[in-house]
Design a protein around this ligand. Structure first.
Ligand SMILES: [Zn+2]
Length: 164
């Protein structure tokens, strides 16, 4: 998560430097008016600059009931995703979705976020699961009880359960 968080901050700082602004909140508003023009890390960086006028949380990070956050959360998914060189096509999309879930984990159930969080380190390394691998992981996660979900820390641990 640190790696993702740092890359978002770096993308944001780069845009600020390019535009030459010191008013980061103002720039954030501009970016969110047209997220499809920007890379997703820039859009996430913009969200980090603002707080929700409705619930007071970071914009897009509030409870599911907050309609302003719900709207802002949708901006994340309008932004551009450019795969890094040498990774599986679609890897960047997977990183974005997984990190959005992990960064706003209160918006999801433990079961819903488990697979995303487990995959994130491998995704950052450039890996992408096949559909079959993703389905297999999902089936394994669905077989866990609440306590097992809370204590699961990596994908190997999950695969070991399958072997038992
Ligand atoms: Zn809110």
């Amino acid at each position: 998560m640190r790696e993702v968080e740092d890359s978002i901050d770096a993308a944001w700082q780069q845009l600020c430097a390019e535009v030459g602004t010191t008013d980061e909140r103002d720039l954030a508003e501009v970016v969110l008016q047209d997220p499809s023009e920007f890379d997703w890390r820039v859009v996430d960086g913009a969200l980090k600059q603002l707080s929700c006028p409705e619930c007071g949380q970071g914009l897009g990070a509030g409870a599911l009931e907050c309609y302003r956050c719900e709207l802002a959360n949708g901006y994340r998914f309008a932004a551009r995703e450019t795969d890094r060189p040498g990774v599986a096509p679609g890897n960047e999309h997977a990183i974005r979705v997984s990190s959005a879930v992990a960064r706003t984990r209160d918006r999801y159930t433990a079961r819903a976020r488990c697979g995303y969080e487990l995959f994130l380190p491998d995704l950052l390394a450039g890996w992408l699961p096949t559909t079959a691998e993703a389905q297999r992981t999902k089936a394994l996660i669905n077989a866990l009880d609440e306590d097992e979900l809370e204590h699961l820390v990596d994908r190997d641990q999950l695969l070991q359960k399958e072997a038992l």
